[in-house]
Design a protein around this ligand. Structure first.
Ligand SMILES: [Zn+2]
Length: 328
């Protein structure tokens, strides 16, 4: 790995990331080949509710990430692929805030896909790093920045990292504009909605105020921690983007890492390990046979296994609704 730019400020980050893509797609054979094959990737569309859809992407290069062993023993026995010393020689990096490296993801899902690891080998946990996520989303305003919890799809649960994918790729970017959302509360132009009848449970936070967002997200995380005791962080995926002078945060509260189909054998097996992009509406399938058999019914079944259970979902919404009245 070598540094591509030496200006860790966030003002030029977008331009530097664009230049990084151009350079890596020209000079790094692995990235060049994988972004080229992404153009030929097959996608199918599964419409539901009349106005929303799930997309299914058949992407064989993602087999490693989908089937990654993330138990502590397996993780401790492999070299960490996000530590700077183990990054490929051809990989170049743009610094962000002296603390993170912005990298081109050589195994893309998005036509533009970044991986943004922290400089040191510290565990995946969002607490204390949410403001970095907001700064990244604002600086990279043509991207959606995302976070996979250590038990919700992060293939390196031992090394803190964000990812970012170009906007407009996940159905949720557009579906959010449709009348599927229910307003939970509003405060000085900052709002929280829930998405209903959308196969999985989602809270949406919108605000120009980073402190307000941090408070409300922390509140939601505290409520979720009550349902999921004994862990440093409740199970969740988070997306952040900057739109019309507001941040938009999607929170996907989870109750399971992988559906039973992942562990099944024979014809019932479907290798699908839902992470932020899948929760955002693009199911990533590395095997042809799974791509062929996945339909709306099985997708719905898989979402229902990994999204927060109904009772806890209602409790989470009530807690946030209440926070608008008692100022908590
Ligand atoms: Zn590491």
């Amino acid at each position: 790995m070598e540094m591509f730019a030496d200006h860790p400020g966030i003002l030029n980050l977008k331009k530097q990331a664009e230049a990084l893509f151009d350079d890596q797609l020209q000079n790094w054979d692995l990235a060049k080949a994988n972004y080229r094959s992404l153009q030929k990737v097959v996608t199918k569309h599964l419409p539901f509710s009349g106005q929303a859809e799930i997309r299914v992407q058949y992407n064989p290069e993602r087999i490693y990430s989908t089937s990654a062993k993330v138990d502590p023993k397996s993780v401790s026995e492999r070299p960490c692929f996000l530590c700077p010393v183990f990054l490929p020689q051809k990989q170049k990096a743009v610094p962000f805030k002296h603390d993170y490296l912005v990298l081109v993801n050589p195994f893309p899902i998005f036509p533009r896909h970044l991986t943004i690891p922290y400089k040191d080998h510290i565990p995946q946990q969002l607490s204390g790093r949410f403001s970095d996520m907001l700064d990244l989303a604002r600086a990279l305003d043509d991207f959606v920045v995302f976070y996979n919890g250590p038990r919700c799809g992060a293939s390196a649960p031992d090394h803190f990292h964000f990812q970012a994918g170009i906007k407009g790729f996940m159905p949720i970017d557009d579906d959010f504009e449709k009348p599927l959302k229910v307003l939970l509360g509003e405060q000085n132009g900052s709002k929280i909605w829930s998405l209903e009848n959308y196969l999985r449970h989602i809270l949406v936070f919108s605000s120009p105020d980073p402190q307000w967002l941090e408070e409300k997200l922390s509140h939601a995380v505290r409520v979720l921690s009550e349902f999921d005791k004994g862990h440093d962080e409740p199970m969740m995926n988070v997306l952040a983007s900057w739109n019309d002078d507001h941040w938009r945060i999607f929170l996907f509260p989870r109750k399971a890492h992988r559906p039973w189909q992942f562990f099944a054998e024979g014809p019932q097996q479907i290798l699908l390990s839902p992470a932020a992009v899948d929760m955002g509406g693009v199911l990533i399938i590395p095997r042809q046979e799974d791509f062929d058999k996945l339909n709306l019914q099985s997708s719905q079944d898989i979402f229902s296994q990994v999204t927060l259970e109904a009772e806890h979902w209602e409790q989470l919404k009530s807690a946030l609704l209440k926070s608008f009245y008692d100022g908590s």
